[in-house]
Write a protein that binds this ligand. Structure first.
Ligand code: KIV
Length: 277
């Protein structure tokens, strides 16, 4: 059974940390469910990790729905949260509600995540009032990367740290069930975690958040050219796949694969008849 939002929130006081990962497809979702991950995020990072886009700002609601459905088929018993992509919720409460409905109903997920603080608190309130659980996202918010001037740590001085804390409190008051805090000083991650009654999910926010989220493609070694400072490779999927492909190519060239045992058989008399005509 998938963890409920109530159980997710209750983990804050239990002291047992929440571990979340991204997934965009059925096989990896199945693998994460087998590992008993607490929740899966169908993040807009699908754009840069899988779809070959330059930026997450190109990701559409249809992209999220398409990948969320695949994840839902692979991990039917895991809590699934999907991103509201860039410009899919900022225009109005009704746009935010319309796109949340598409993602929840067509994408078959239980909750949505959106980026922003006080600027989107009314969106959060509206979506939550409609019955959709909302996760916030503060700090380094990749959808605003052009405004932030690149992928840089955020909230490093008093004013920006104060603004982030106020944003977090506003999201909590608006009904968010958890907040991702990305790329901020670990001392601030700890302070925000202590001030909120909902779980903080860190990514580059230090060890004191209530949970952690990472991009599967980073920790599994799919992105060989770059690893964010806040991540760590726990395996070498790209290298393992190259090795598997090399073994396969060699076996085909050496005529070691396929063998008769990989194919179905036909009675000899049929072959003899075919051969004689
Ligand atoms: O899209 C994503 O993968 C995310 C995580 C980095 C939190 O938003």
């Amino acid at each position: 059974m998938a963890m409920t939002i109530t159980e997710f929130r209750a983990r804050k006081s239990s002291g047992k940390k929440l571990a979340l990962l991204t997934s965009y497809d059925a096989p990896t979702a199945r693998a994460l469910e087998a590992a008993e991950i607490d929740a899966i995020l169908i993040g807009d990072s699908v754009g840069t990790n899988v779809l070959g886009y330059d930026s997450v700002t190109q990701v559409t609601v249809n992209d999220i729905v398409h990948h969320a459905r695949a994840v839902a088929r692979g991990a039917p018993d895991t809590l699934l949260i999907a991103d509201l992509p860039f410009l899919s919720f900022q225009a109005s409460d009704s746009q935010a509600l319309h796109n949340s409905r598409r993602i929840i109903q067509r994408g078959q997920v239980q909750a949505v995540k959106l980026e922003g603080g006080r600027a989107v608190e009314n969106r959060v309130r509206t979506i939550v009032a409609a019955g959709v659980p909302v996760m916030g996202h503060l700090g380094l918010t990749p959808q605003s990367v052009h405004q932030l001037g690149g992928f840089k740590a955020q909230a490093r001085d008093y004013n920006t740290a104060r603004a982030l804390l106020d944003d977090a409190l506003a999201l909590e008051a608006a009904g968010a069930f958890a907040i991702v805090i990305e790329a901020i000083p670990h001392e601030l991650g700890k302070l925000v975690t202590e001030r909120l009654s909902i779980p903080t999910i860190g990514i580059g926010a230090g060890p004191d958040c209530d949970g952690e989220i990472q991009v599967l493609h980073d920790i599994a070694g799919w992105n060989l050219d770059f690893l964010p400072r806040h991540s760590k490779r726990f395996g070498d999927s790209a290298k393992a796949t190259t090795y598997i492909a090399e073994q396969y190519i060699e076996a085909v060239r050496q005529k070691d694969f396929p063998t008769i045992s990989n194919s179905v058989r036909m009675p000899q008399d049929i072959i003899a008849r075919l051969d004689s005509n």
